[in-house]
Each structure stands twice: as C-alpha cells, then as structure tokens.
Design a protein around this ligand. Structure first.
Ligand SMILES: O=C(O)C1=C[C@@H](OP(=O)(O)O)[C@@H](O)[C@H](O)C1
Ligand SMILES: C=C(OP(=O)(O)O)C(=O)O
Length: 428
C-alpha cells in the first residue's frame, strides 16, 4: 500500500476505538460470571473478535447487536468442550489468558494461532501453571503453540515471583488461581497493567494488591456487570505522536483510558518537552481527553519501571525520538523482541530505510534525532503497531513514495486507522 506523505498539518478530534486489553477481559469475565454482562465500546478488531469467537465456540451465548455485546455468563467452570482446536489468530493476550482459564475446565483442548503466535514464548505461563498442577505442554516438547491443556486438573495455590514483567502472565495465573484451594500470592517484577485485578473487583471478586504483591483466594464467584470500555491509549499513541511531530497541528483524542499503569507515554512526551494536556478526566472510569500540539522536542532516556507502562507504545515513541534534538536511549525493553515480531529489530530496520539514524541494542534502541526522513519501501512484518508507526513516519516524508508491505496488519487492533488519519488531514 502507498502511504500518505507530506502532511502539512493535522487538525481535529478523534474517538479512538476501545481498549484492546479491557475488551479481551470483558469477554472472559462476562463468560465466567453468573448472569448477564453487557459491553459497550468493545474493540471490534481481529484480536478481540478472535477472543469473542473462541468463547462462543465453548458454548457461551454472546450476542452483538452492533452497539452492545451481551453475554450470558456460564460461571467459572461452565465452559463447554469446543470439540476442535481453538485458533487465537495473532493474539498473545488471548492465548496466554486462556491457558489460565482452561486450566480449570473439565475438557482437554488445543490452542493454536498464526505464524507469529507459533513463535511466541509460552513457558512463562506454562511453567508456573505446571507448578500449580496443570497438565499443559507446547508442540513437540517445545514451548511454542499449538499448546495442549488437559482438563480436570487439581490446581494448587502457589506463591510465585514472576521472572518477567508481564500482565499476560500475571493474568493467566490469576485466572488459574481462581480454581485453586487457598490463597495464591504473585510478586511482580515490575508493576504491569492492572486491568485483570480491577475487573476481578468490578465483577464482585476479592483481590488484595499491595504494590507488586497480589493475593487472591480460589473458589470465588463473579456476577455479570455492565462494562464500558474506554478508548485505547495504545491506539491514541499514534495520533499523540503524529500531532507532536507534524507542524501546525492540534489533535484532540476523546475518551482515552488513563489507567496509571498505561500512561507512560504521557510522562515521556512531557519529559521531551511536548505540548500535551489532559482534560475532562472521568476519575471513576479512568478516562479523559488528550490534546496535543506540534512541539519542539528534546531527547530523553526511557528505562526501568516505566517500560511496562508504555511497552506497546515504544515503536511509535522511537519515531517521536527521531524528531527530537539529541540522542534518545531506550533500555530494559527486551520484551519487545518477543511481541508480534521482534520490534527492536523491526523499528531499527524500517526507520533506517527511511533515513532515520537508529541502532538496535539487546534491550532497546539508540536514536539520534534530527534526521530528515525520505521515501522508501518498508514492511510491517505483519505487526499492526509497526505498520501504524510507519504510516505516521511517512507523513514526514516530503516527496516520493513510501510503500508499506503487509499494511492489512493494522486490523489486529485498529481497523479504521487510515480513515481516522484521513479525517485529521482533511480538517483545517
Ligand atoms: O495483558 C495484556 O492485555 C497485554 C500485556 C502486554 O503483554 P505482556 O504481558 O506480554 O507484556 C502487552 O504488550 C499486550 O499488548 C497486552
Ligand atoms: C503485544 C501486543 O498484543 P498481544 O501480545 O496480545 O499479541 C500488542 O497489541 O502490541
């Protein structure tokens, strides 16, 4: 696909689509609860639609009228044998959280996904699950999908220190812990997104969170709820950066989720001198409006405990850094190497093709700001966030063609991304 180039300004207002992490979890909690759950502003993108399809395949009545999704919850152990392999598509969140949920059911099941999923590490979930007594293994004694999970496990509570900072691992273990007798204690390596903990409480469960220590008792029951999904800050991130780096711009992003565990990008933009303002904050729903304007930016260092608070935004933050004065260093982000693609290598390779000065390191990137970007042929590697980042980069290219291979990947999290960008380019 030929990307849009040479934007003279971006102006206008966008309501970004629903949060991907919360949308996945709303289907999961709704299915495991007793009673009816309704979900509005659900993210109808490939990843979350795959989660929805899978719960339907396990016998959960889920109805979508185009506005509201209604789920008739089956209770914690009420899922039915799908009698087939479950396909998670491209979604790491789906496969990992499902492992915890399926550990407590009475049937055997196989989980698989696309070529990217079949290369993503699963031992981070499978090893602690095995410690809890779950029969689960990867393909041909590897840790890669297809993953086979046996039913009727006798699950034991554990105390477990997570070796990786991962909300997916934490969430999978919390789901499994619901089926155990007694109290499970998880100790996080770094604080990661807390949507699972928040939703356990929202659905009437009990969970104790003390900084990085989380305690959960097995044998709880959930009750159906009304879930209103806020906009996804990880999707807003592309327009936050576009508004900052394109001249004469002012972009308003309405109803964006602002969980403290997700707002690292706002802190980084501020530390780089970007003009960013948060207004109309709704404390109860942890959401608000983000306004950005074109800015002079300076380099920064991004490392340590902020990394999980902006992990999915790092590709677009790397582009932001190419437009800042000085050298930006990103460290402690080795997790980027095991996402939909190796995002450290992909960002460095593809932005270099457009003229950026950027070097990959083992756990991050070194970005020398101030280089002008030029035309070129690039690829998303089938990774939605790499694809969207490259479209924002192309907006800076003054002449020639920027051609993106595998542009269809954006539908994994943001099917209307190109249309929303169009709307900002046409408004004056
Ligand atoms: O729990 C979640 O919803 C997610 C957690 C993160 O993954 P990790 O837990 O692997 O870091 C993130 O990258 C992913 O997009 C969504
Ligand atoms: C890493 C991501 O998702 P997942 O792990 O669910 O595939 C992402 O959306 O950037």
């Amino acid at each position: 696909m030929k990307l849009k180039i040479n934007a003279s300004s971006l102006n206008g207002e966008i309501s970004v689509p629903g949060d991907k992490s919360i949308s996945h979890r709303s289907i999961m909690f709704g299915s495991l609860a007793k009673g009816t759950t309704t979900i509005t502003h659900f993210l109808r993108a490939d990843d979350c639609l795959d989660t929805l399809k899978i719960f339907k395949q396990m016998g959960v009545p889920i109805h979508d009228d185009g506005t509201t999704i209604t789920i008739e919850g089956q209770g914690l152990t009420g899922l039915k044998d799908p009698q087939k392999t479950l396909d998670v598509g491209n979604s790491g969140t789906t496969i990992r959280l499902l492992m915890g949920i399926l550990a407590g059911q009475s049937f055997d099941v196989t989980l698989t996904g696309d070529a990217s999923i079949q290369k993503r590490p699963m031992n981070r979930v499978m090893l602690p699950l095995q410690e809890m007594g779950v029969a689960i293994e990867g393909d041909s004694e590897t840790e890669f999908p297809p993953v086979v999970i046996k039913g009727n496990n006798k699950i034991q509570a554990i105390e477990y220190k997570l070796p990786v900072a991962s909300a997916q691992v934490k969430s999978a273990l919390l789901f499994a812990a619901l089926f155990a007798k007694g109290e499970t204690t998880l100790i996080e390596k770094e604080k990661t997104r807390n949507h699972t903990e928040v939703m356990i409480k929202q659905f009437g469960g009990e969970i104790e969170v003390d900084e990085k220590v989380i305690r959960l008792n097995g044998g709880q029951e959930f009750t159906g709820q009304q879930v209103v999904v806020p906009g996804d800050i990880s999707s807003a991130a592309f327009f936050i950066v576009a508004g900052l780096i394109i001249p004469n711009s002012r972009v308003v992003l309405k109803n964006v989720g602002l969980s403290q565990t997700r707002t690292g990008i706002i802190d980084v933009v501020k530390s780089m001198g970007g003009q960013i303002e948060i207004v109309d904050v709704d404390e109860e729903n942890e959401s608000g409006t983000i306004i950005v304007e074109s800015s002079e930016l300076v380099a920064t260092e991004i490392s340590g405990d902020i990394i999980p608070r902006l992990i999915d935004e790092l590709p677009i933050i790397a582009l932001l850094a190419t437009q800042a004065k000085g050298t930006t260093i990103i460290k402690d982000a080795e997790e980027l190497r095991v996402k939909e693609t190796d995002r450290i290598q992909a960002v460095a390779d593809e932005l270099s093709k457009l003229g950026a000065k950027i070097e990959p390191t083992e756990d991050g990137l070194i970005i020398h700001g101030g280089e002008k970007l030029h035309a070129g042929n690039v690829t998303s590697y089938g990774d939605h966030r790499i694809g969207m980042m490259l479209q924002v980069a192309a907006l800076l290219v003054e002449e020639g063609d920027v051609v993106l291979d595998k542009s269809e990947a954006v539908s994994v999290s943001y099917p209307n991304f190109f249309e929303d960008l169009d709307s900002l380019m046409s408004e004056v």
